[in-house]
Design a binder for this molecule. Structure first.
Ligand SMILES: [Zn+2]
Length: 98
């Protein structure tokens, strides 16, 4: 018997944006809450915004923090940023963008 767990996590929404919409996420294959804005002001940011849901993005942010700590990344270093970008793509899309 499958126990269905209805998770009602308290995503603290202090205010509801009128343009709040859903996105069909390519990572979890569910239609869920969309991010409020692209996370980066570039092509990758737009791609994430268009195809990754807010819950998956939050998961990534937690994982990203772990990566930064693990590798002691200095984000002023372009190589470190490049590394993190590759990790972002792999985590969200399954493979780095060619
Ligand atoms: Zn998702």
């Amino acid at each position: 018997m499958v126990q269905r767990k209805l998770v009602s996590r308290g995503y603290h929404r202090k205010f509801t944006l009128p343009s709040m919409s859903d996105v069909t996420c390519t990572r979890c294959n569910q239609t869920r809450e969309q991010m409020t804005a692209p996370p980066f002001p570039n092509e990758l940011g737009n791609r994430i915004y268009d195809s990754i849901c807010q819950p998956c993005w939050k998961e990534w942010l937690q994982y990203q923090t772990a990566i930064i700590n693990h590798y002691a990344l200095d984000l002023r270093d372009p190589q470190a940023r490049q590394f993190l970008t590759t990790q972002t793509e792999t985590y969200l899309f399954g493979q780095p963008q060619a």
